[in-house]
Design a protein around this ligand. Sequence first.
Ligand code: SF4
Length: 293
Amino acid sequence: MSETTEFRTTTRHMLKRSKQYASQTLMGGLSGFESPIGLDRRDRIEALRTGDIGFVHSWDINTSVDGPGTRMTVFMSGCPLRCQYCQNPDTWKMRDGQPVYLEAMIRKVERYADLFKATGGGITFSGGESMMQPAFVSRVFRAAKEMGVHTCLDTSGFLNRNYTDEMIEDIDLCLIDVKSGDEETYRKVTGGLLAPTIEFGQRLARAGKKIWVRFVLVPGLTDSEENVENVARICDTFGEAIEHIDVLGFHQLGRPKWHELRIPYPLEDAKGPSAKLKTRVKEQFESHGFVVY
Ligand code: SF4
């Protein structure tokens, strides 16, 4: 495989302002992983099913971006949603990722285990959609827990049923995107269904897991009082599991990737939210008793 497939410098899921992210990122791409290039298609499919390999877009070491402390964030390739504001449409197709052996990923976690423990950090699986490859992700998490390393799953929750209750046991924290509060708006924003996200959040809560909710605020798309109220009501059903809600203002840092990939970009002329709008939305969530950032 190539030494460095891609050095990740752009933001994901609207969270990371590029300057902040670049300054916090120590390394990236897929350097240091052996890739099972020799496997034929049938063997690869079987290895994917069992989690012996995973298709990875990139990885990096960052601080306070994808969970607490210093973290190794692994961006899995493949996503079933098509969010209008996606920052990384280059992660949509699983086949565009690099196959990585499970053992290689576990060795990487082992290498940084002391750093994670010293900083209260750990490993985060993100994407793309991390739940598209549940066997790989959950086996790495199992190994991480055996090493005493904190685990975090960053997901839309859309593939709720891909993740068994047993797999949920090895998640310490879930960053879950509640992209809208009703089915119609959710479908407009993502092309998918909202119900699985709600169910996944409730399963996490029942299992005693911690949740950080992320909501991307796009003027004219997700910002209506009704939509925000509905998102807050969904968060209510996650109860005490929620530590805080991140209200992430839309920005245009992802636009060049849509252009590069020649995918029609639906938010070509969209603007980020005003300070006034952000305040209104934060106050809506706060009125439900949530800590909001
Ligand atoms: S869920 Fe998929 S389409 Fe939506 S923002 Fe994340 S990677 Fe992009």
